[in-house]
Design a protein around this ligand. Structure first.
Ligand code: GDP
Length: 306
């Protein structure tokens, strides 16, 4: 996770070793290392540029402050540590703030609806199961899983297996009408005393109009309180571009970024919030049902900076 950017920051620390002050020159050199590692990590070009500019501005501000204070104003921490602290704060700001909130309805009014959307293969079905587990364990909820990917029997079967493992009911109709399947599930949840419904919607290999129209119809008729886009971290900027397209049509509430465990680069996780304005809510860090964590920008910034 984030190995490429982490290496860039290790180079920065080495660059500052033995140096006694921050100067414009060593700041520029360090920023070059960071820029290179961010682009290698597949961070969006504009985001990397803005990040570098923000760090530069703050670091130069420090140089000016220290100079103004004269020798008495020498920094208490080493220039390297100081520079890295600036980067830490900016990385956290780039990914944060923490927002793993889920909107719940008053159960007397009806069940909470969570709509999961995303490309095929992004990990949508697996993540639907993981989120159901989290809702049960951390919020004491009783989920109903809904197989709205009516086109792929394998997807419905996978959801049924997950439902069995979790001990929760699954509503699905192979070859049915996905909009009707989702709407029927609302009445079914009331009958079966289920307080959260998770719609596992259809994915495609690329965003297309037919898919988007179908998803829009589900949104219009069921009014989900939460729309989460499941995005595969391993596909880097493609995940960010997909997120932008989905968000322009559906007004999503946030992302669940999967496969961070296998993603050495981290470019998608570092760019998606700034590009779309929507938060990463949870991250997938493995294939098992327990492998879903709240997204903690501070922890990730620590990880990147070692
Ligand atoms: P869907 O087509 O979007 O529903 O994708 P699936 O849920 O079928 O997942 C596709 C593959 O990604 C499966 O092999 C999952 O086990 C795997 N997967 C999903 N999330 C994660 C994750 O966070 N980490 C890892 N390593 N694999 C994941």
């Amino acid at each position: 996770m984030f190995d490429v950017v982490a290496k860039g920051f290790r180079d920065v620390r080495m660059r500052f070793e033995g140096k006694r002050e921050l100067t414009e020159e060593n700041i520029d050199e360090a920023l070059k290392d960071i820029r290179r590692s961010m682009l290698e990590a597949d961070v969006n070009f504009r985001i990397a540029k803005n990040f570098i500019n923000r760090v530069k501005e703050k670091a130069l501000g420090e140089v000016v402050k220290v100079k103004a204070k004269g020798t008495q104003g020498k920094m208490e921490v080493s220039p390297g540590d100081h520079f890295v602290k600036i980067c830490h704060d900016e990385l956290e700001a780039l990914m944060g703030p923490v927002d793993s909130s889920i909107v719940f309805t008053n159960p007397r009014v009806g069940p909470t609806k969570i709509m999961m959307v995303g490309l095929q293969g992004s990990g949508k079905t697996t993540t639907t199961g993981k989120l159901a587990r989290l809702l049960m364990d951390q919020h004491g909820k009783k989920p109903l899983l809904v197989g709205a990917d009516v086109y792929r029997p394998a997807a419905i079967e996978q959801l049924r297996v997950l439902g069995q493992e979790l001990g929760v009911p699954v509503h699905a109709v192979e070859g049915g009408d996905p909009v009707k399947v989702c709407n029927d599930a609302i009445a079914l949840a009331k009958e079966q005393d289920r307080d959260v419904i998770l719609f596992d919607t259809a994915g495609r290999l690329a965003v297309d109009d037919v898919l988007m129209n179908e998803l829009e119809q589900i949104v219009e008729t069921t009014s989900p309180e939460n729309i989460f886009l499941v995005a595969d971290a391993m596909i880097g900027q493609d995940a960010v571009n997909t997120a932008k397209e989905f968000n322009s049509r559906l007004e999503i509430d946030g992302f669940i970024m999967t496969k961070l465990d296998g993603d050495a680069r981290g470019g998608a996780a570092l760019s998606i919030k700034e590009v779309t304005g929507k938060p990463i809510k949870f991250i997938g860090v493995g294939e098992k049902l327990d492998d879903l964590e709240e997204f903690r920008p501070e922890g990730l910034a620590n990880r990147i900076l070692g």
